[in-house]
Design a protein around this ligand. Structure first.
Ligand SMILES: [Fe+2]
Length: 247
């Protein structure tokens, strides 16, 4: 089985189109989305329409999906994020707002094999940035693999059989690992629509479950078009400029 796992699209339909064109040429069996479909960029309805057509086997909600549908008020958001959430809320079609609002909370077990979540398996809104965050997360689930998003940074945490934590970062040539028996893994595919590792290319992961291989890859997309749409929509200009530098 070949899974395509991606996260944090953030209303960036240009990045989503590039990924799905790529995926069409590969033999992807199942699609998984780790939340934050909307927020920040200017194409929320197009992104949701496209995801619905894709029929992923699992989509969990992200914090921006919750604020855009008033499940939460966004009082922990910075002002640009909050403005974008309010802008999104006013523009979501009724049917897309209902779709977003109905997305389940993580973690979810996929095919009885591995977990997915937005932030961390024990708290959908928790950020996993450090070895300690990863250790906390590992202690909260029993499976040997969990995909997470939310930080917008592609990265893999490995828990070795003796309990130690190793972190594998993304290299410009890509990241490919074979899962080893006795080790456990927390995998962040990075962000499709707003990468924050000083690398503006969109980021995603594939998981080949028979071979037990995980690959994280990057692709260029027409980020200038995404920027133009953000500016034309009168969203905060910083949401356009950050895309070019990957922060
Ligand atoms: Fe996000």
């Amino acid at each position: 089985m070949k899974y395509l796992v991606f996260s944090d699209i953030h209303s960036n339909v240009e990045a989503l189109q590039v990924l799905l064109r790529w995926a069409k040429r590969k033999k992807i069996d199942k699609y998984i989305v780790l939340g934050d479909l909307v927020g920040y960029a200017a194409s929320p309805n197009q992104v949701i329409d496209r995801i619905k057509r894709l029929r992923p086997i699992e989509v969990v909600r992200g914090n921006h999906d919750k604020v855009a549908t008033e499940i939460e008020d966004g009082n922990d958001f910075n002002s640009a994020a909050l403005q974008a959430a309010q802008w999104t809320r006013e523009r979501l079609s009724q049917v897309n707002s209902a779709y977003l609002k109905a997305l389940p909370q993580g973690p979810r077990l996929v095919d009885d094999q591995f977990l997915i979540c937005h932030g961390s398996p024990f708290d959908e809104d928790a950020y996993m940035f450090s070895d300690y965050d990863a250790l906390l997360a590992f202690s909260s689930f029993k499976e040997d693999l969990c995909f997470f998003g939310h930080t917008h940074v592609p990265r893999i945490y490995v828990q070795l059989p003796d309990g130690r934590i190793e972190m594998i970062g993304f290299h410009e040539n890509g990241l490919k690992i074979e899962l080893k028996a006795g080790c456990r893994y927390l995998v962040n595919p990075g962000s499709l629509g707003q990468p924050r590792d000083r690398e503006p290319r969109l980021s995603f992961a594939t998981y080949e479950s028979e071979k037990r291989i995980i690959t994280i890859q990057r692709r260029n997309y027409l980020l200038r078009r995404t920027q133009e749409k953000i500016l034309k929509a009168n969203l905060p200009p910083i949401l356009a400029s950050r895309l070019a530098i990957g922060i």
